[in-house]
Design a protein around this ligand. Structure first.
Ligand code: BG6
Length: 364
C-alpha cells in the first residue's frame, strides 16, 4: 500500500536512498570497495562499440550513461530510443554489444530493437527491474536494478537505480580499458557509495520545491537546461513535468538555447537550469545570464558553491547538497522529479495514473 503517503509516486520518491543503496550493493565488492565485474557476454577491455537503448525515462538513463562510458571508460557508444534504433538500421561492428534499459522488461519497442541487433551479431545485455521478464530471457546477460515494485506510472526510483547500475559499469569498464588510475577510481567509487546518503539530503528540499511548484503551476511552457551529463537530467525534468502536470516543457542543452529556444524567452516562461558547481558551471551560468538579460525568469538548481554567481541574475536559486560532478545526474534527478510531482498535486492531476500513459507498453 501507500502507507502514510498521498500517492505511490510520493512513496517511491522517498525510496530513492534505499534502492540506490540496494542496487550499489549488488555491484560493489564490500571488501575492496571497487566495482566487481558482472557476468557479461563481452570483454569491456576490447569491446569496439556499445549501443544503449530504451524508451522514455530509461532512454534518458542511456543518454546519461553515454557521457560516463565515453568520458570515464573511453568506450565508443551511441544512445537512441528503441523505436528509432530499429529503423536507423545502423551498420553494426562485429563483436559489438548492446545494452537495453527497462523497468518492466516487457517494452515492445525494446524487444523489436533487440531482435534487429541480435540478427546483426551484437551481444545483448538487459538492465531490468523485473527478473524473468521477456527482455531478460531474450538477452545474453541480465543486470538487475533493485528498485522493488514501482507502481506509479512515471518512473522515479527505477530511474536512479538504473543510473546507479550504469555508473558502476562505467567505473568497471574504465579499469578494464586502462582509462582510469587507481586514485581516480577510488575517488569516483567513494562518490558513488555516498549517493544514498546524499539522496536522503535531496529529499529534505521537499518544502522548498513545493514552494517553487506554486510558481510553476500556472506556466504554459517551461524550459529545462543542462550541460554535459546534466543535459539528460534536463530532459528528465521536462518529460516528468509533461507526463504528470500536462504542462508543455522542453529539455535543452544549455549551449543550444541561443540557437533557437531563446526566441521563446519572456517573463512568462520559467527557465529551470540544472547547474551544480563543477567544470561546466561557468559556461552554463553565462548561457543563463543571456536568457536573464532577455527577460527570462531563471530558476537555478545548484549548490552552495554555485549559488553566489547565480543569485546575481536568477529569480530563484535552490541550494542543494554539493556532490561530485560524476554522481550529480543521479542526485539532481531527485529534485527534478519532486518538482513535477508537486506541480501535479497542485494542479490536481491523477499523479499515479497520468492520462493516456501505461506503466508497461507492450505494443510498438
Ligand atoms: C512508458 C512509461 O510508457 O514506458 C515510462 O510511462 C517508462 O515511465 C517507459 O519510462 C519505459 O518503460 P520501461 O518499463 O521499458 O522502463
Amino acid at each position: 500500500g501507500k502507507g502514510n503517503y498521498r500517492h505511490f509516486m510520493e512513496k517511491e520518491l522517498h525510496e530513492h536512498p534505499a534502492v540506490i543503496g540496494d542496487t550499489l550493493r549488488q555491484y560493489v565488492d564490500p571488501a575492496t570497495r571497487a566495482v566487481a565485474r558482472p557476468a557479461l557476454p563481452f570483454d569491456p577491455a576490447t569491446l569496439p562499440r556499445l549501443w544503449l537503448s530504451g524508451c522514455g525515462s530509461a532512454f534518458i538513463v542511456c543518454q546519461t550513461a553515454r557521457y560516463w562510458f565515453e568520458n570515464i571508460a573511453r568506450l565508443p557508444c551511441d544512445a537512441d530510443v528503441a523505436s528509432e534504433l530499429r529503423y536507423r538500421d545502423p551498420p553494426l561492428t562485429k563483436g559489438g554489444a548492446a545494452m537495453f534499459v527497462s523497468q518492466s522488461g516487457e517494452t515492445a519497442d525494446n524487444l523489436a530493437a533487440m531482435k534487429l541487433l541480435r540478427t546483426g551479431g551484437q551481444a545483448l545485455v538487459s538492465v531490468v527491474n523485473v527478473p524473468e521478464s521477456t527482455m531478460s530471457r531474450e538477452s545474453d546477460a541480465t543486470l538487475m536494478t533493485v528498485a522493488g515494485p514501482e507502481i506509479s506510472v512515471a518512473s522515479t526510483k527505477a530511474f536512479t537505480a538504473q543510473l546507479s547500475v550504469m555508473a558502476c559499469l562505467a567505473l568497471n569498464f574504465a579499469r578494464a580499458r586502462g582509462a582510469i588510475d587507481a586514485a581516480e577510481e577510488a575517488r569516483l567509487t567513494t562518490a558513488l557509495l555516498e549517493v544514498p546518503e546524499h539522496a536522503a539530503k535531496m529529499l529534505d528540499a521537499s518544502a522548498e520545491i513545493e514552494a517553487l511548484a506554486e510558481d510553476i503551476k500556472g506556466a504554459r511552457d517551461v524550459l529545462y537546461l543542462g550541460r554535459g551529463s546534466m543535459f539528460p537530467i534536463a530532459l528528465e525534468g521536462a518529460l516528468k513535468l509533461k507526463e504528470l502536470s500536462y504542462i508543455h516543457a522542453e529539455g535543452y542543452a544549455a549551449g543550444e538555447m541561443k540557437h533557437g529556444p531563446i526566441a521563446l524567452i519572456d517573463e512568462k516562461v520559467p527557465v529551470i537550469s540544472l547547474c551544480p558547481s563543477g567544470p561546466l558551471f561557468e559556461k552554463t551560468a553565462s548561457n543563463l545570464q543571456e536568457a536573464a538579460a532577455r527577460g527570462g525568469r531563471i530558476i537555478a538548481f545548484t549548490d552552495e558553491d554555485g549559488a553566489p554567481a547565480l543569485r546575481r541574475f536568477a529569480s530563484r536559486v535552490v541550494v542543494l547538497p554539493k556532490v561530485d560532478p560524476f554522481v550529480a545526474p543521479i542526485l539532481h534527478a531527485i529534485p527534478v522529479q519532486m518538482l513535477a510531482y508537486h506541480v501535479a498535486v497542485l494542479k490536481g492531476t491523477d499523479v499515479d495514473q497520468p492520462r493516456n500513459l501505461a506503466k508497461a507498453v507492450t505494443v510498438e
